[in-house]
Design a protein around this ligand. Structure first.
Ligand code: SF4
Ligand code: SF4
Length: 244
């Protein structure tokens, strides 16, 4: 999670390997890793955090998020803005820990693992993991041995990974790999995945002809179902990228 992560602190982890790790208020470094970090947010992260805070996704984006355009090709990157307190602290860290723990972002849940996922041409989804053994983290060699699957279950990662993997189909779209730079309209749809309230209003406007088929009952579901709305937005963006 920290920008100064060195290669020697990254070790591939196989599914049957176990590791011991426990983060709790008793560790000397408690909450240290919630400062001076680059914390990328996925649309599902933003949705969960905005709900936790009782904000619309658009307001959450305005108040908490930095959007950066990478120098290389691709969609903008979305980061949680850190507080200017001399430590670049996460806005949600407190002396007693994470104040949004139930809805903390994917990266916070996944740590000390790092996860990569990709889809092969036969449509199968694959994932890889690494163990991030950063020297500042004192949580290693504590607790009982556990494998990747047990850690994901403990951290309630299933839905986070599923939603983030749906987005990967866009981020790993063949056209982007061929060097296509997202056009303004594509960037607009991508960022609308982070502002589902305004996206919903757009979609519910029955006068707008959507470029993908959406039944009347689906339109009704979109009025209240955030996951269905996010999935539709991802499907739409995939469709637009595949048009050329
Ligand atoms: S969201 Fe919570 S766990 Fe993640 S960096 Fe912020 S305070 Fe730490
Ligand atoms: S550095 Fe490691 S042990 Fe310390 S608070 Fe962060 S995750 Fe927990």
């Amino acid at each position: 999670m920290r920008p100064d992560l060195a290669p020697e602190h990254v070790r591939p982890l196989t599914p049957d390997e176990t590791f011991r790790f426990s983060c709790h208020p008793g560790v000397a470094c408690f909450t240290d890793c919630c400062r001076q970090l680059d914390l990328a947010l996925t649309p599902y992260d933003a949705l969960r955090l905005s709900k936790h805070l009782g904000l619309t996704p658009s307001t959450f984006l305005d108040q908490y998020v930095l959007v950066e355009q990478p120098e290389d090709l691709g969609f903008p990157q979305v980061f949680l803005g850190m507080v200017d307190d001399g430590h670049a602290s996460c806005p949600f860290v407190t002396a007693s820990g994470c104040s949004v723990y139930a809805d903390r972002p994917s990266a916070c849940r996944t740590y000390p693992l790092g996860r990569g996922a990709f889809t092969t041409p036969d449509g199968k989804r694959h994932e890889m993991h690494v163990l991030l053994t950063e020297p500042h983290c004192k949580g290693f060699n504590q607790g009982t041995p556990q494998d990747i699957s047990a850690w994901q279950k403990d951290q309630d990662l299933a839905l986070y990974n599923a939603m983030n993997d749906e987005l990967l189909a866009v981020l790993q779209h063949p056209r982007l790999k061929e060097g296509h730079q997202p056009e303004a309209r594509e960037v607009e749809i991508f960022l609308s995945l982070y502002t589902l309230d305004t996206f919903r209003n757009l979609l519910l406007d029955a006068t707008i002809a959507l470029p993908i088929s959406v039944t009347d009952s689906e339109r009704q579901q979109l009025a209240t179902d955030d996951l269905a709305l996010l999935r539709l937005g991802i499907r739409w963006l995939n469709h637009v990228l595949s048009q050329h």
